[in-house]
Ligand binder design. Structure first.
Ligand SMILES: CC(C)(COP(=O)(O)OP(=O)(O)OC[C@H]1O[C@@H](n2cnc3c(N)ncnc32)[C@H](O)[C@@H]1OP(=O)(O)O)[C@@H](O)C(=O)NCCC(=O)NCCS
Length: 329
């Protein structure tokens, strides 16, 4: 087998819809309060896509910016991977809609369904294909219109999520943002922790489903909470040990934006300075697959990275699934 090529980050971009859904708005929809939501999650508001916006529309805005940043034309792209649990349609892929919108006619593409871990799954897939020489570049996205699958009568879940998209262009032998580690895992015995039980082949949508709202997302928040704290810590530790680093070497942690209490408690145990953890869940809530690429693009936009910084991505979600990656900026 040929030697693996290095893979770096050539460009990033993100997009969030204009409409804001605040904690105060939610107070008028379910039995909750701004105080409860903020103290239990750290969230203040989230963005909601317009009625005419589908997942690929959000992708398009983020992708345009990432391509511009990478100084690439859509025709240069060889692969498009969209991580989402809220595709435009169940068939065909959102990547197909995005390819047409961009005019990226030379790219192959597909979607990945891995919930909040989805963006890191897309990164892992594209990394492997570029490193092995199958393609020279890839546009990867995490994008969600979660507002379409949220039960806005369920106060335990509807307060948590928002819509948005983040994009990244990966390129062979690109010197900046080289991926030096990535890993992925899953425990399928916990498939019912976060799910939409109807709308697939097991339980197609019918009148009963619409009445019981089984086509919408449900979650066992407490179980996910405990799992997330433990997994967060072990993922960061594993990536550092595998590459011969310690927590002190990390320039910036860009975690999945799940809940400030989960992030804080994991970071305390890892002894990582809070200033080196990027959090934007107060403004966007949990945008599932979109949360890491949106956050990372903001980190770059704010000039928070120095050349040579070690950047840690860590995510977990439905499956239950998890993933992490380390980049050298
Ligand atoms: C959902 C989550 C915020 C709940 O926080 P928590 O501190 O675990 O709260 P609990 O679920 O124990 O609920 C505590 C109480 O608040 C109530 N409550 C739940 N949601 C509420 C809301 N929006 N407003 C007010 N009260 C609420 C509960 O009914 C419960 O009341 P009780 O004590 O009378 O039974 C937290 O568990 C979490 O963030 N989990 C992970 C989220 C997740 O799965 N994300 C997707 C995957 S990445």
């Amino acid at each position: 087998m040929n030697q693996l090529r290095t893979v770096g980050v050539a460009g990033t971009g993100h997009y969030v819809p204009e409409q804001v859904l605040s904690n105060h708005d939610l107070e008028g929809m379910v039995d909750t309060s701004d105080e409860w939501i903020f103290t239990r999650t750290g969230m203040r508001e989230r963005r909601i896509a317009g009625k005419d916006q589908a997942c690929s529309d959000l992708c398009y805005e983020a992708a345009r910016k990432a391509l511009q940043d990478a100084k690439m034309a859509p025709e240069d792209l060889q692969l498009i991977v969209v991580a989402t649990v809220t595709p435009d349609q169940l068939l065909p892929s959102t990547a197909a809609f995005l390819q047409e919108k961009l005019g990226a006619w030379n790219a192959g593409g597909w979607d990945i369904n891995n919930a909040c871990t989805g963006f890191l799954s897309a990164l892992s897939t594209a990394y492997g294909m570029i490193a092995s020489g199958s393609v020279d570049n890839a546009l990867i996205l995490g994008a969600e219109v979660l507002s379409r699958i949220i039960n806005y009568q369920d106060r335990a879940s509807c307060i948590l999520f928002g819509d948005g998209a983040g994009a990244m262009v990966l390129k062979a032998d690109h010197p900046r943002g080289q991926i030096i580690f990535n890993t992925t895992g899953m425990d399928g015995s916990q498939w019912d922790a976060i799910q939409r039980s109807a709308g697939g082949s097991r339980r197609p949508i019918d009148h009963e489903v619409l009445e019981t709202k089984e086509h919408l997302m449900t979650l066992k928040g407490n179980e996910v909470f405990r799992f997330a704290v433990a997994k967060f810590r072990s993922l960061v530790t594993e990536s550092l040990e595998a590459t011969g680093h310690t927590p002190r070497d990390i320039g910036m942690v860009v975690p999945h934006q799940v809940n400030i209490r989960i992030i804080d408690s994991a970071m305390k145990k890892l002894d990582i300075d809070p200033e080196r953890i990027y959090v934007n869940l107060d403004r966007y809530g949990n945008t599932s697959a979109a949360s890491i690429p949106i956050a990372f693009d903001e980190v770059r936009g704010k000039g928070l990275l120095n050349e040579g910084d070690l950047v840690s991505f860590v995510a977990f979600g439905a499956g239950l699934s998890w993933g992490s990656a380390l980049l050298r900026w």
